[in-house]
Design a protein around this ligand. Structure first.
Ligand code: CO8
Length: 379
């Protein structure tokens, strides 16, 4: 492959965001789940009383907002989700000749990031699609996107659940730094609604769909208005079964329901909360220390958006106080948890006011467990 100049200065030169049109409020989700619970529990009354079938538990909109900070979420396709006879989105299957759903939403975000960086297809050497799930194993969604945009070079998909965006930005930084690419397009098409168990009160409210994209390029070539130098990246993983989805290409070989509840997103939310918050706070203060900085020197925190109480706890551990919404913007009230895209949505919406020299931290934490962070300086 072509080898470009290695670059000492690597920058984020453009960010893109695509938000689906359809919105579902907590109340709508709760009405649907509670109607489903009534129906299921009356149809299975004898088995529930005999203890052979578990009753479906009802949900509560007030609980959801208090426990998570989420008020609503955007979804790619709303139809079917609140239908008590379906409880999952009705997404029309596309033929092999058509653009796939995930490539379509990836393209929306990619075009917006390219425009914000002032870049065309000819300037980009690599496309990374990185998210919690890809629609298929192969051909890679990234290669479909690369083809649709007319980019030369190569593309590949990566899966790291909630840390898919930060981990892909690490790879992009390394490629540009080493000279194997001039510019890398990192896209996070988080089409997660197909994996949500809308009949489970513990998790039916947590997620929303979105797509984000970032251009990482050589500092000496970048010419966009808002540029952030990547000062450093850090990643940490620690194996945990507390957040899992067992859906797999192996599913057809097991003699179990390939769409059963364990094949969808499920978690031990309380344990995740307790274990991940201290890990994330320690990770972030260690990362800043490597740059001889303290949390107090950070102008803006673009934190992972899973739960408002998690973000508050982590911020308190770091700063000794709660940050205001200008220091650590929250988007999960509107978007819910969008897997890896949450911190990138925050970056996309809240960066244009930053001054030259301001420090920002982009951070993800979640399934794996996985934690990823980038320390950025506004140029
Ligand atoms: N309505 C009413 N009551 C409820 C509901 C509800 N909807 N849900 C739970 N309850 C009940 C519980 O059953 C429990 O009752 P009891 O005390 O009788 O057992 C009580 O309320 C309290 O439940 P919890 O202790 O579970 O409540 P929490 O205060 O812990 O809040 C949260 C639950 C919001 C889930 C919280 O624990 C949390 O946010 N934890 C962190 C989770 C997290 O961040 N996970 C990250 C996962 S995402 C990720 O890594 C990406 C994966 C890929 C994307 C997948 C997309 C599909």
């Amino acid at each position: 492959m072509r080898l470009h100049h290695a670059s000492d200065r690597v920058v984020i030169s453009g960010v893109g965001l695509w938000t689906p049109d359809h919105v579902i409020s907590n109340e709508e989700l709760v009405v649907a789940l509670n109607a489903y619970a009534d129906k299921f529990n009356s149809e299975n009354q004898a088995e529930i009383e005999a203890g052979t079938v578990k009753a479906v538990m009802k949900s509560d909109a007030e609980f959801i907002e208090k426990a998570s900070g989420i008020k609503q979420r955007h979804v790619y396709i709303k139809e079917g989700i609140c239908d008590v006879n379906r409880m999952r989105p009705a997404i029309p299957e596309r033929s092999e000749g058509e653009l796939s759903h995930q490539a379509e939403i990836a393209l929306h975000a990619a075009r917006s990031a390219m425009q914000s960086a002032g870049r065309t297809a000819a300037d980009i050497d690599v496309v990374i699609v990185s998210c919690a799930y890809t629609e298929r194993a192969y051909p890679a969604i990234a290669i479909e996107v690369q083809s649709a945009l007319g980019i030369d070079g190569f593309g590949f998909d990566m899966l790291v659940a909630c840390s898919a965006a930060t981990f892909a930005l690490h790879r992009a930084w390394e490629m540009v730094r080493s000279g194997s690419a001039r510019a890398v397009l990192v896209i996070n098409p988080e089409l997660v609604s197909p994996q949500i168990n809308f009949t489970d009160r513990d998790s039916h409210f947590i997620f929303g769909d979105v797509a984000t994209a970032v251009i990482v390029e050589r500092g000496d070539l970048a010419h966009s208005k808002h540029q952030f130098e990547i000062l450093g990246t850090q990643a940490k993983t620690l194996y945990s079964n507390n957040i899992r989805s067992n859906f797999s290409y192996m599913s057809r070989t097991y003699d179990s329901d390939p769409f059963g509840p364990d094949k969808l997103f499920h978690q031990e939310g309380r344990s995740v909360f307790k274990e991940v918050c201290p890990m994330a706070a320690e990770h972030l203060s260690n990362h800043l220390a490597l740059h001889e900085m303290t949390p107090q020197s950070v102008r803006r925190w673009w934190l992972h958006q899973a739960n408002i109480n998690m973000n508050q706890l982590i911020s308190k551990k770091l700063l000794g106080r709660l940050p205001d919404s200008d220091e650590a913007p929250i988007v999960l009230d509107r978007y819910a948890n969008t897997a890896s895209a949450g911190s990138v949505i925050a970056l996309s919406l809240y960066h244009q006011d930053m001054q030259a020299g301001d420090i920002g931290v982009l951070c993800s934490f979640g399934a794996g467990y996985s934690i990823g962070s980038l320390v950025l300086r506004k140029l």
